[in-house]
Design a protein around this ligand. Structure first.
Ligand code: BGN
Length: 403
């Protein structure tokens, strides 16, 4: 005789319920315990060239390790409007492969504010010969996290002098003692915003130098007074930059946006990346999920694949949304760093005139992806100069011909 048959049907039903509860409780307990053990075994603190980093490995994550920023980020400077916690563990920024053993470097710290004269020089006494130069570490060792933004730069001549030792003519910066992992063209569409440009250069160069990338800043200026065409200028920047060097990554950068954190790396990950996630003007919140304006990064291949930006957007708005549509239509997606790293301050300026046709163009955009972009780009390069802080391209845009 079994236990179940020894009791009546009413008791049997209760017995089954109790058994089911015990099984469920055991499953829950096992799940909770595995989570706790997992966490404890994977939080790590490690040191690269004297900087302490916090990390977190995900055993089942295909890419392994999430690196947090430097463990001791100094407090944000007064007036920078930066709300991220100073002096505490910095939040996650990068999903990367496991760090390779980085080369030993010798750090030279120059006193001054955190963006403009501190730790610009990272030297490796044994590695000055380019032939024996090691690759730069995956995680740039001299990042400081939140940076001090200055909206009152010195005169341009002074700024040029400040960076002359670290930049090649044309606004090219690269690490001196290791081989950069990325060759990056920073493309800035521009017209009549001289003070904004100076402020951008003054704040951006130190960040880029600390990131140990090989970069060049291209200022693409639209000649004349017809409506501004941001998208077309970026297409021109792409084409002209590739005549100058074999860049594998393009950052399209509005002139009025200043990065607040140098852990927001100016590189191209696997997917197109929207970089200006949190802007003070938008209360540090993403205005909508597919936004791709402000600052964005695409690899050379991705940009070519989507046929660049559309050329039809004259005046403000819509061209970045069209790019977001191109990205999705080609099986790519927009990636982002967390909002507490991908932070920017916007310089104030009067609102530009919006393009009333942008809704219509956006709706019909898909039809033009293959024919409107790099493939029908027409412009005249009116002037080009390699200045100390940037390469200047003056461009006469030709409205796209109907195709
Ligand atoms: C959106 C603009 C973008 C701009 C963001 C942020 C349009 C198209 C109509 C839906 N899009 O409204 O181009 O980057 O605001 O300013 O206007």
């Amino acid at each position: 005789m079994t236990v179940a048959s020894a009791v009546g049907p009413w008791h049997r039903a209760h017995l089954y319920k109790i058994l089911a509860c015990i099984v469920l409780a055991l499953i829950t307990l096992q799940y909770l315990l595995s989570g706790v053990l997992d966490r404890h075994s994977i939080e790590t603190i490690f040191t690269i060239n004297g900087t302490r980093y916090a990390g977190h490995t995900y055993k089942n994550h295909p890419r392994g390790l999430i690196i947090y920023g430097p463990v001791t980020a100094a407090s944000p400077s007064a007036g920078s409007g930066n709300a991220s916690a100073g002096g505490t563990t910095a939040p996650a920024i990068l999903v990367q492969q496991r760090a390779e053993n980085p080369p030993k470097t010798e750090e030279t710290t120059v006193r001054g504010d955190r963006n403009h004269s501190e730790t610009l020089v990272v030297g490796n006494a044994n590695a000055t010969d380019p032939a024996t130069m090691p690759r730069c570490p995956l995680f740039p060792p001299n990042l400081v996290g939140p940076v001090a933004i200055s909206k009152q730069p010195p005169e341009i001549a002074e700024v040029e002098k400040l960076f002359s030792a670290r930049l090649q003519m044309g606004g090219r910066g690269f690490p001196k003692d290791c081989e950069a992992r990325y060759r990056v063209a920073i493309v800035v569409p521009y017209r009549a915003r001289a003070q904004h440009l100076l402020i951008l250069l003054y704040n951006l160069h130190p960040v880029l130098l600390r990131q140990q990338i090989d970069y060049t800043i291209f200022i693409v200026e639209q000649e004349g007074t017809v409506q501004f065409n941001r998208a077309m200028l970026m297409n021109v920047g792409y084409v002209e930059a590739l005549k100058e060097g074999s860049f594998d990554c393009f950052i399209f950068h509005d002139v009025d946006l200043l990065p607040e954190d140098d852990r927001n790396l100016y590189t191209c990950p696997e997917q197109p990346r929207h970089m200006s996630v949190a802007i003070d003007k938008f209360k540090y919140r993403l205005p909508y999920a597919d936004i791709f304006g402000g600052v964005s990064a695409m690899s050379r291949e991705q940009f070519r694949l989507v046929n660049g930006f559309s050329n039809v957007y004259w005046g403000w708005g819509g061209e970045d949304d069209d790019m977001a549509n191109r990205i999705k239509a080609h099986g790519l997606h927009i990636s982002r760093y967390p909002a507490n790293i991908a932070r920017y301050q916007m310089l104030s300026h009067k609102k530009e005139k919006a393009n009333p046709k942008r809704y219509e163009f956006l709706k019909s955009g898909k039809k033009r992806f293959a024919t409107d972009g790099l493939t029908n780009l027409q412009y005249e390069l009116a002037d080009k100069k390699k200045l100390q802080l940037y390469t200047w391209l003056l461009v006469k845009l030709t409205p796209p011909q109907p195709s």
